[in-house]
Design a protein around this ligand. Structure first.
Ligand code: MGD
Ligand code: MGD
Ligand code: MO
Length: 687
């Protein structure tokens, strides 16, 4: 194994460098990168890292193809065409940074809150994610960003219930007798969990998938409950009803380790299997059978995932489901319980990484990243603050991924908006930039990683020297700070120093360098004796209003919005295409060739009356916009629900559109997150 900085690897030598997959995925794989003559030729999974187990998904196996892609942005670019045209000229770093510093300084002199950082998890690295960038924007006093676009409904709901983003160890699912794969297409987006579930299956476990789409995962489970989107909370209540009436409760666990059960018990008693089935679009027998399995096949484990919390009632649905393992005492066994996120187990020292102290007592406004479309179009007002004058985007592609893109595009097209995008490629977002700055990829920079699907911290050593003139995000923000006269030692720290602070000294770089990863010291069955990280140590069960997620105003379903459904009768979800990672990899040829074209899965019963034929273009539309794609007439879709697989780059899609043309900016009940899977549409055959 090669130490830091494989630029140090002499020519003619082969080296294998330890890495970590940077992508926003629960698996956070440990990588081994083979470097020959300074060029990365192969990326493989680390066979010694238990969750990775030597295997990678196809996407990340293509990481060298992405890194050496002929369209990588390798020099700073300055816009020469209209916004969105993607026409740029090359400029030097010096010219780009000097101009950006001058423009941002002028805006900051009026009100730094008019500058908005926009970022998400293009890399999950703790160094290249939110360290120097956060320090820079804190020192400047720029607007702060509420990072809600993915998981905040479920995460906040889980923290309200258990006290943190904590759950089972992924390895222990191998010993479960029942696994509910709930709102997760594991084969596509949690592949290494799927291998563990397969082990359990071989040991005789029953696998049940709960998903409105007949995914590749659903097909391989023993049973598939194809419920209507946004009805998971009702299903949880229906299960509780059965646990109560059959007296399948672990009374001792409930009494000692939960609080608030009596009120929820009263609500659950109203959810007979028949009522539950009618709301969820299932049969009463399916509900009864699931409850019986859950109560009798112990240890029972739930792999809950974020697909089920992208609806108006998503937060409360997570709260309800998270109660189930307490009711049957599943937590008593290490192979029982629930896993939505494990990230709360990691001792990540965010204050050290992000240095909120650099705000110096200022409290800039906080903007929700999920409403960037509406916010870019807002004028200054007392409630909102100043109009957004500058956007600095890194680790994200909002023009493709943010909801209701017609507004997002309109906002990014504003001629009076100054936009800087740090990127690897000319994405839909970069096309709207005044400056595009070339960023390094995971093979070219140092980082350390936590995970939200397992319990190992990881190290990523740079395997190759930066390509072209690419620079790590951290370096770009260090240089911008210096040019803008922001002078604080925290704005000068190098990546190694930052990485060493990431785990607050509890996991050192030295330990990480020994093997590339470190397993967190945690109890095997974390809540066997209660001990939830809540103030009382008990699981907090809440009842008020939980009964009603499907009736929340703004929930787009035929049941909740009959008038809208008269015009737009089909519910649409837009889960990821397997070979893309959100909008990343859409421009990688070998992967796009597998996906082919953007598709809408539609059930034959819904296709026939509309004259929609398989393989033909369709226009999917609602009051917000229209999305063009290819119909796939298939029973992967349930009647009444269409699946618009995401997330295509608009410019690589049909007629420059993608699925977010149709999504809206209303937020979830908990966590202020988007409701990507809570959308009504109509579909018609295209020309
Ligand atoms: N290949 C691949 N892997 C990925 C990603 C990717 O884009 N591609 N994205 C990564 C990211 S950022 C994330 S957050 C995770 C996402 O992965 P997950 O957390 O698993 O979430 P989704 O893929 O959004 O949805 C999972 C499943 O939930 C189903 N679903 C939709 N609506 C509902 C509902 O109302 N109830 C229920 N029960 N199920 C519903 C969808 O049909 C889908 O099959 O995966 C990560 N991994
Ligand atoms: N309709 C619909 N919309 C969705 C979803 C859905 O299921 N349906 N899923 C949502 C979810 S779960 C999420 S998480 C979001 C994801 O939204 P984003 O976090 O924006 O994810 P990506 O689309 O993968 O874009 C990440 C970008 O970061 C860049 N990048 C990667 N590494 C680096 C780096 O080191 N430096 C810099 N400067 N750039 C880097 C990549 O090139 C890529 O263009 O999308 C959301 N949007
Ligand atoms: Mo996500």
């Amino acid at each position: 194994m090669q130490g830091p900085g494989a630029s140090a690897i002499p020519h003619g030598r082969t080296a294998v460098v330890r890495g970590a997959c940077p992508h926003d995925c629960p698996d956070t794989c440990a990588l081994r990168v083979t470097v020959v003559d300074g060029r990365a030729i192969k990326v493989q999974g680390d066979p010694d890292h238990p969750p990775t187990h030597g295997a990678l998904c196809r996407k990340v196996s293509a990481y060298p193809e992405r890194t050496y892609h002929p369209e990588r942005v390798l020099q700073p670019l300055k816009r020469v065409g209209p916004k969105g045209s993607g026409r740029f000229e090359r400029v030097s770093w010096d010219e780009a940074l000097a101009d950006i510093a001058a423009r941002l300084s002028a805006i900051a002199a009026r009100d730094p809150q008019a500058i908005v950082p926009y970022s998400y998890a293009g890399t999950m690295g703790l160094v290249q994610g939110e360290s120097l960038a956060a320090r820079f924007f804190h020192a400047l006093g720029a607007s702060r960003l509420d990072r809600t676009i993915c998981a905040s409904a479920g995460s906040e709901a889980l923290a309200l219930t258990y006290g943190g983003k904590v759950g089972m160890h992924v390895e222990h699912f191998a010993e479960s007798r029942l696994i509910l794969i709930w709102g997760s297409n594991s084969i596509a987006s949690n592949l290494h969990f799927w291998s563990v579930a397969q082990q359990a299956k071989r040991n005789g476990a029953k696998l049940v998938c709960i998903d409105p789409r007949r995914t590749e995962t659903a097909e391989k489970c023993h049973q598939h409950l194809q419920l209507l989107p946004g009805t998971d909370g009702a299903l949880a209540l229906g299960l509780m009803h059965e646990l109560i009436v059959h007296d399948w409760l672990d009374h001792d666990y409930v009494a000692r380790h939960t609080e608030g059960w009596p009120a929820l018990r009263e609500e659950a008693l109203a959810w007979t299997p028949e009522r539950t089935a009618a709301v969820c679009g299932l049969t009463a027998d399916e509900v009864r059978q699931l409850a019986r399995d859950y109560a009798t096949l112990a240890p029972a484990a739930i792999r809950l995932n974020y697909g089920m919390q992208r609806t108006r009632g998503g937060g409360n649905a997570v709260r309800l489901i998270a109660v189930l393992p307490c009711l049957v005492g599943a937590w008593r066994h290490r192979a029982g319980g629930l896993l939505l996120s494990s990230s709360g187990w990691f001792p990540v020292d965010r204050a050290a990484l992000q240095r909120p102290d650099l705000l110096g007592g200022r409290e800039p406004r906080i903007l929700n990243m999920s409403t960037i479309g509406a916010d870019l179009l807002r004028e200054a007002s007392p409630g909102f603050g100043p109009r957004i004058e500058a956007l600095v985007v890194y680790n994200s592609n909002p023009v493709a991924v943010a909801p209701q893109s017609p507004q997002v595009v309109q906002g990014f097209a504003r001629e009076d908006l100054f936009t800087v995008v740090l990127e690897h490629f000319l994405t839909d977002t970069a096309d709207h930039a005044d400056y595009v700055l070339p960023a390094t990829t995971q093979l070219e920079h140092l980082d350390v990683h936590a995970s939200y699907g397992h319990t190992y911290a990881l190290l990523n050593e740079p395997a190759i020297a930066p390509l072209g003139e690419a620079r790590p995000n951290t370096q770009i923000f260090r240089e911008l700070a210096a040019r803008m006269g922001l002078d604080h030692p925290a704005l000068r720290e190098d990546d190694e120093t930052v990485a060493a602070q990431a785990f607050g000294g509890r996991i050192t770089l030295q330990e990480l360098r020994a093997r590339g990863w470190v397993k967190l010291p945690l109890p095997e069955a974390p809540f066997a004796e209660g001990g939830f990280p809540t103030p009382s140590g008990r699981c907090r069960i809440a009842a008020p209003g939980l009964e009603a997620p499907r009736h929340l105003p703004g929930h787009e379903s035929p049941a909740a919005a009959p008038e809208l459904a008269a015009r737009y009768p089909l519910a649409m979800i837009s889960p990821p295409a397997r070979n893309f990672l959100n909008s990343t990899f859409v421009n990688v040829r070998s992967l796009r060739d597998i996906e082919g074209e953007p598709v809408l899965e539609i059930h034959p019963q819904d296709a026939a009356p509309r004259g929609i034929e398989d393989g033909r273009p369709v226009r999917v539309h609602n009051d917000r916009g229209e999305y063009w794609c290819i119909a796939r007439v298939s029973e992967r879709a349930r009647p009444g629900v269409v699946n618009g697989l995401g997330i295509w780059w608009r410019k690589l899609g049909l007629r420059g559109t993608n699925v977010n043309e149709l999504t809206h900016q209303r937020l979830t009940d908990i966590g202020r997150a988007p409701c990507f899977y809570d959308v009504l549409v109509e579909v018609e055959a295209g020309a």
